[in-house]
Every structure is written in C-alpha cells, then in structure tokens.
Design a protein. Structure first.
Length: 154
C-alpha cells in the first residue's frame, strides 16, 4: 500500500490591499477629533514656578485669562494688559467674557466653570486684583492660578 505524504502548507500571505483605507480612516479620525490651539497670545506669558501643583479635572470647564506685558509695545504700550480669547480687554469687560463662557456650557455645568489666570511673572498685583474683583461681580468664584512645575533640589 502506498503511503500518503502530507504536503506542508505555508501560512498564506497577509493581504495589504485594505491597509491604505485603514490609514486614511485613522488620519481623518485624528483630524476631526484633535483640538488645535484656539488663542494666539498677544501678551508675554512666563508663568511662575511652584513645587506643589494640582491638575484640573475637566479642561472643558476651564476658561483662560492671560495677564502680561503686550508683545506689540508700540501699539499697546508697556503696561500689563488682560487677554481673553484673542482680544485685549479692560477689567470692566471681564464680566461679559464670563457670561459668554457660561452661555457656551450646559445649564448644569455653568456653576462648575473655572477661571484660570495665567499671569506673567513680571505683572503687577494691582491688575490681578482688579480682575479678581470683576470675577467676583460676575459670580465666577472658582479661580485657578496657572504655573509650571519647579524642580526643587534639597
């Protein structure tokens, strides 16, 4: 009787015909979901250093107020200015900014909004207290001061 021998079959080649489709789907997914930087800084913003930091939980509930010397000193002078979104404002315009930011949120989340102050190291405290006073009048009670991590060598 004849012996039957089994032919050794190699593993079939992986089809790469759908690979470009998958890559383009991933590319479009990341293009749609990525949030680009929304504001262009018009003020200098070197943040102070701190050793004990706490991260914010929900970044979608944070609105930023930048305080510092203007980059275009010929147009805006050398005194510290306040920037919200892409506009330089006076302290009296801060409540309008707060109300506009609250209107963007759901009604449940409006009281949870956090105003994050990104204050330049060289800015005077007078303008910061003016901003804080206007935030109180606009009923924005959660205020955060942004800073960078300091490496403390002991």
């Amino acid at each position: 009787m004849a012996k039957f021998t089994k032919k050794k079959k190699g593993t079939p080649a992986i089809s790469t015909s759908s690979l470009p489709d998958i890559i383009f789907m991933l590319l479009f997914f990341f293009m749609v979901t990525t949030v680009l930087r929304e504001t262009e800084l018009k003020v200098q913003n070197r943040l102070p250093k701190a050793t004990q930091l706490q991260k914010l939980e929900k970044k979608s509930l944070v609105s930023y107020i930048y305080i510092g010397k203007p980059k275009d000193t010929e147009k805006y002078g050398t005194e510290p200015r306040i920037q919200v979104n892409d506009a330089l404002v006076t302290p009296k315009e801060i409540p309008n900014f707060v109300y506009a930011e609250k209107d963007k949120l759901d009604e449940v989340e409006r009281d949870k909004i956090t105003m994050s102050l990104k204050v330049d190291v060289d800015a005077k405290m007078g303008i910061v207290s003016d901003v804080k006073q206007q935030l109180r009048e606009a009923d924005a009670r959660k205020v955060n001061y942004s800073c960078v991590q300091s490496i403390d060598k002991q």
